[in-house]
Write a protein that binds this ligand. Sequence first.
Ligand code: CTP
Length: 416
Amino acid sequence: MAPAGSRREVVLGVSGGIAAYKAVEVLRQLTESGHGVTVVPTESALRFVGEPTWAALSGRPVASDVFAAAHEVPHVRLGRAADLVLVVPATADLLARAVVGRADDLLTSTLLTATCPQVFAPAMHTEMWEHPATRANVATLRERGGLVIEPASGRLTGADSGPGRLPDPLEIAAIARSVLDRSLAAKDALSWDDLAGRHVVVSAGGTREPLDPVRFLGNRSTGRQGYAIARAAAMRGARVTLVSANVELPEVAGVSIVRVETASELEAAVVAAAQDCDAVVMTAAVADFRPLQHQTTKIKKIDDADPEPLKLTRNPDVLAGLVESRESAGAQVRRPVIVGFAAETDDVLRHGREKLRRKGCDLLVVNEVGEGRGFAVDHNTAVVLSADGAEVAITDVSKDLLAHQLWDLINERFVH
Ligand code: CTP
């Protein structure tokens, strides 16, 4: 549930595509987060999913007709009350109607009256998505400040496959929450393309160092903070490479994922992606040591014998290595902003400042973990330490909002 005071009003617009059935799950996610949701389906959307489904799951009457309850002037009322208008799925036709400012049904009329953030989750066949008309419509909506989610690639209706698939409903709901969190905290008008033209690399999750074919040394990192950081960058227009170590979360919309298991694999993937990037954010919990020997067959217990002590060897320090190669590359190449994370259990700031010096990165996000803090929780408190001495406290915010605030700090450090 959303914390008290953070219940928001969402208009969920549904246009007429087969992916309308997936908007049902987006609705459930948003109502379960405690938000009030009014569903505004187009006439053709109602041919895919009927009015009773939307009414039952939102707990509200379904608004689809400008002339129903005309005395309430519904398109103005809905548009004014909304904190977010989210269109799932957005068909090629809906995008086109939004671009030309048509007001031929309640959803398009609401898009014209709403001044809150507007998010479109397109879903259509690849040919329609790649058509110059749709490309131009998407560009126009983005120029006007709308957030258009990149569709996923994969199986479409029928036998074909390619870009145009609706992203995972859980991911669309996560984007909606991220927009709400950022816009609720913002004092000024927000840009959703301030990272356009940037390539950023984010590592997330926790590495696993195999002992034998069935056992490994690992850690409790869930990857949620790293995924929120990748999501926030993609939402703001960056090209994102997400190096993901053993994370069980839905794919982040619009990012390229490279899956790794061990620290060495993570190092290779991060170094390769960082060749032409503007920022690297290392949220992954990287094992400092790995077993000296990786047995190729399962280690057996031998009755009555004591186990052999585990012999470990050092893993590369990926973050320190990135800083070192940046310094040795000199001024002529692109110099990425390098950001580390540190989870500490005690004397957090002292350890953080010392770690920032030791690693040489530009920013270090330090948070306290243990006893319900940090790992596997939704809210996070952190201090961002900067190599120039600045310290910014980010207190009790969602992982999504922390991600946006971190990108604000990184964006200030880009050479514009
Ligand atoms: N990191 C890394 N490679 C490693 C270990 C850590 O790149 N082998 C990165 C992490 O991704 C993180 C930062 O370094 O961004 C700090 O990680 P942490 O484990 O706190 O640092 P350590 O140097 O291992 O310090 P500690 O002795 O506290 O474990």
